[in-house]
Each structure stands twice: as C-alpha cells, then as structure tokens.
Design a protein around this ligand. Structure first.
Ligand code: DP6
Length: 320
C-alpha cells in the first residue's frame, strides 16, 4: 500500500475553452490560454491499495457522479488497478465558483501517479488530467499556460503547455463573487448544448482560434492593455455563442452586469482593468498588482465578496 499527496492551483482562462470535438477525450474545438492562480488550491491524497474504492471531497463522501469521474480516470491510468482511497479538499470556498475541477483533476493525476509508483511524464499527466476535465490540463503548470487545440484524433498534441512561469508578470485576478439566483448548468452540459444548437458556434471557434496567438504575444511582451482586451472579448464572444443556443443559455446574474459595468467605469477613470466570466455568475478582473486594492474596492459595491488572486506555481507532489 502506497500513499501520495499532491496539490494544484485552479486556473482562469483568458482565452476560453468552450466546445469539444471529441467528448470522450475532451478534445477542444479551439485552443485556450490561462493563468494559474494562488493561493487557492486543491490537496489530494491517494492511497493505492485500500479495502474498497472510496472518495471524500471536503471531508464528506463524494457524490456518485464525482466518484465515478475520479475512478474512471484511475481505471484509464492503470487498468486492473487495486482499490484506491481518494481524499481531496479545496482550500477555497466552493461558493467562490472557481474552477475546482481544474485543480482537482490536476492534483488527482499527480497524486495517483506518485502513489502507483510514478514514472509518467508531465505531458502524459497533462493529457490524463484533460480527460478528467478539459481545463485541468492547464492546472498542471504554473503561471501562463496554453492548451492548443491540436489535430491528432487521439489528442496526443492537445494538452497544457507552459508559456511563462508565475514570476514572469506580477498581475492580479480580482474575483467578484456574485450571488446566483438559480442553479447553474455545468460547463460540460453548457458547452455541448452550445455546440449542438447555436448558429453562432462556428464564428466563436474562428474568433477563439485567432485570439490565442495574439494573447500569447501579449503575455510575452507583458502588454496588459492588449491582453485585457483579448481576454474580455473572448469571454463575451463565448457567452454570445451561448445566448444563440436553443434554448438560450445565460450565466449572467444581475450582479454580474453590475460588476461588468464597474469594470468599464474603472477603465473610464484610467484604471487598467478587464473582465472575464466562466460558466457561472462571478466576474474575474485582471489588473496590475498595484491597482488591485482600487479594483477590489470598486467591485465590492456589486459583489457579495471579493477575492484577490495572484499567479501561482505548478502542481506538485507534497508527500510520496
Ligand atoms: C468556461 O474544463 O469544466 O471555464 O472539459 O467538460 O470538464 P469539461 O469542462 P471544463 O470547462 C471549462 C469552461 C470554462 C472556460 C475555460 O476554463 O477555458
């Protein structure tokens, strides 16, 4: 019986992943680009060789669906594996609506590999994390990460690739936690519905693919104004593709619009701040580190709570 523990940070996409060309392998219709964010993190312990398969999440038994996804990934990593115990916990409130599946699957593949004896390359682990949840392939790496679309039908060329480490650029992502009025549609279901029913989807894919090289360049040259503009339009075009779905899909809550308008107001006042949103009502705002306090103060008028995140390091094994 071997035990290993790994941690990973969540990531927020600046250029979004929205649409699968292969659902089983989580192969995307377009490339994406993200920033891994600290201090939030998932810590996962895997015990290889337990009496039965068992999983806990934040101290409670994992739901059937959560457990099914985790053990399916372990079966893929090691067909004929022994029963395994998984204990996973997020340091951040799930109510923050941050991508816990990204940090979760990144930490899981790393801990499982170490517990099973190790030996897989980071690239292989990034491909496995992708199968757990697409965005997880970006959380294996720290800092600025690209996930290319790739062309291989089996997805060998579609996994997170590091662009620049966290230290490259000291920006902040200010998260405005907005109260949601109703239960959300999960990202998997939301993107599949958009692909299947939105006439805007092909236009989204073209625009998204064109954004990635531009964003990559803006990261390399540390051009926040350029990167912010690309990030904001990527989010709005993604949400536009959902509004065109049938029936329409919308993750905006009234508070989201208040926060988005606050961001535009900040820009009118000369503060460099740009917004993005994912499959939920929260608004995440990219800015320089020395503007973060001003941005947070402004957003706190529109939000229930505000969190300030900074670039974080790669996923790693803490106990093996
Ligand atoms: C809007 O990675 O959660 O956050 O691959 O189906 O698990 P699955 O989806 P997931 O989708 C993330 C969508 C997004 C944009 C992004 O993170 O790029």
């Amino acid at each position: 019986m071997r035990t290993a523990t790994a941690t990973a940070h969540p990531n927020i996409a600046l250029c979004k992943y929205w649409g699968k060309r292969d659902r089983g392998r989580n192969l995307p219709t377009n490339g994406s680009l993200s920033l891994t964010l600290a201090p939030f993190q998932t810590t996962t312990t895997v015990r290889w060789g337990a009496p039965v398969d068992a999983a806990t999440l934040d101290g409670r038994a994992a739901s059937t669906d959560e457990a099914r996804k985790m053990f399916a990934l372990l079966d893929r990593m090691h067909p004929g594996r022994p029963p395994v115990a998984i204990d996973t916990a997020n340091s951040f409130p799930t109510a923050a609506g941050l991508a816990s599946s990204a940090s979760g699957f990144a930490a899981l593949v790393l801990a499982a590999d170490a517990a099973a004896g190790g030996g897989r390359s980071l690239e292989e682990l990034a491909r496995l994390a992708r199968v757990g949840s697409g965005s997880a392939t970006r959380s294996l790496h720290g800092g600025w990460v690209e996930w290319p679309r790739g062309t291989d039908p089996e997805g060998r060329d579609s996994h997170g690739v590091p662009l620049a480490p966290a230290e490259h650029w000291d920006v902040r992502m200010v998260v405005a936690v907005v109260r949601a009025g109703r239960k959300e549609t999960g990202s998997t279901e939301g993107m599949n519905h958009t692909v299947a029913t939105s006439p805007f989807f092909p236009a989204w894919v073209d625009a998204a693919e064109a954004d990635v090289p531009e964003a990559r360049d803006a990261v390399r040259t540390r051009d926040l104004e350029r990167l912010g503009a690309i990030m904001e339009r990527s989010a709005m075009r993604m949400h536009g593709s959902m509004l065109g779905a049938d029936p329409w899909l919308c993750y905006f809550a009234p508070g989201s619009l208040l926060a988005l308008h606050a961001v535009r107001g900040l820009r009118r006042d000369g503060v460099g701040a740009w917004a993005t949103m994912d499959a939920g009502p929260n608004v995440k705002v990219l800015c320089e580190s020395n503007d973060a306090a001003r941005v947070a103060a402004e957003l706190s008028e529109a939000a229930e709570r505000v969190e300030v995140l900074a670039p974080g390091g790669p996923a790693h094994v803490t106990v093996a």
